[in-house]
Design a protein around this ligand. Structure first.
Ligand code: TYM
Length: 329
């Protein structure tokens, strides 16, 4: 059985459609096929300043969304990164075999630090992919289901695993990214040339899982398209329509060609209506279930505590192996 590992940051009150389609949908499918670990990466979230009370609440809200979105916390290990001490320790070990230049080439760091300038960025933002590599390697992971924006980080993880094994003897399993082509990059509905991201300037083009259904319908109906009128895939000239086709395909499970055959010629209004309906049908029950789960925070905490123990058992053993291999302990 393959080991599956992935995680998300508790960095806003709600997941967005990109997180849902790019990650959570795949997790749900893969969890039946292997032994899965899904983390809430609160240590990563510290790289952008957080109010402690808000962070704690966002961790619970994310846990509730994982469960409401179909992650079974009995079958899969759903836990919080900071509850397992091995993550921080592994990050240090791996940082000593990561090149400064290598880390400097991570595009997400370049993008994020460019906003305020490299001088103002915290060092955690720079070493963030190393912490992520440790997350993955601690669990002897085979597959890492993520969106396209995390590909470079998974590749760094593979490089570090291979380098470590070569230098210190076979210690880590070398993981593979699991990225679905069509949904790897869900775009912002108002600016479909940019990926949907919580750091966008306005949230008019972002569908939040926990938004009220009426708001979601409005956002989809006012998605930016073009004046050409045809419904087909053309990422270059028709990024808005192409994005909506990808979303509709993800939510209906139907191939894009089928959708094009059905909707081309019907006009954007009818097409957007169908997208909105498919999205709402799936997301509103998840929203309701999330809100229900949040009514019982003690039960959520119980689940997270129990799973932290399961995760620690696996992670501690790997950390120990790595330390011994390096001449520690
Ligand atoms: P994060 O929290 O930014 O995003 C969570 C997941 O959502 C995917 N995603 C998208 N997919 C498609 N279209 C989009 N517009 C879109 N936006 C986000 C991301 O690719 C990701 O899969 N560094 C990671 C968290 C992490 C992690 C890990 C992931 C920490 N340790 C170990 C896997 C394994 C991050 O910040 O994801």
């Amino acid at each position: 059985k393959p080991r599956i590992y992935s995680g998300m940051q508790p960095s806003s009150g709600s997941l967005h459609l990109g997180n849902y389609v790019g990650a959570l949908m795949q997790w749900r499918e893969l969890q039946a096929e292997g032994e899965a670990f899904f983390s809430i990466v609160d240590l990563h979230a510290l790289t952008s300043a957080k109010d402690p009370k808000v962070l704690r609440q966002q961790v619970r809200t994310l846990a509730a969304q994982y469960i409401a979105g179909g992650i079974d916390p009995e079958a899969s290990c759903l836990y919080v990164q900071s509850h397992v001490a091995a993550h921080s320790q592994m990050a240090w070990l791996l940082s000593t075999i990561t090149g400064f230049g290598e880390a400097s080439r991570m595009t997400q760091f370049k993008d994020k630090s460019a906003k305020e300038g490299v001088e103002a960025a915290n060092v955690g933002l720079f070493t963030y992919p190393i912490l992520m590599a440790g997350d993955i390697l601690l669990y002897d992971t085979d597959l890492v289901p993520v969106g396209g924006d995390q590909k470079q980080h998974v590749e760094l993880t593979r490089d570090l695993a291979e380098r470590f094994n070569k230098r210190f003897g076979k210690t880590f399993r070398v993981p593979k990214p699991h990225i679905l082509g069509e949904t790897a990059r869900i775009m912002d509905l108002q600016d479909p040339t940019r990926k949907m991201s919580k750091s966008a300037e306005t949230d008019k083009g972002i569908i939040w899982l926990l938004d009220e259904p009426g708001k979601t319908v409005k956002k989809i109906k006012s998605a930016v398209t073009d004046t050409d009128g045809s419904i087909r895939v053309d990422a270059e000239n028709k990024p808005g329509v192409t994005n909506l086709l990808g979303i509709l395909s993800a939510f209906t499970g139907r191939p894009i060609d089928d959708l094009v055959a059905e909707f081309d010629g019907q006009g954007y209004g009818a097409f957007k209506g169908a997208v909105a309906e498919a999205v709402i049908d799936e997301l509103s029950p998840i929203r309701d279930r999330t809100l229900d789960l949040l009514d019982d925070p003690a039960e959520l905490d119980r689940i997270l505590d129990a799973n932290a123990e399961r995760a620690s058992a696996v992670a501690d053993a790997t950390l120990d192996r790595a330390m011994v291999a390096m001449g520690l302990r």
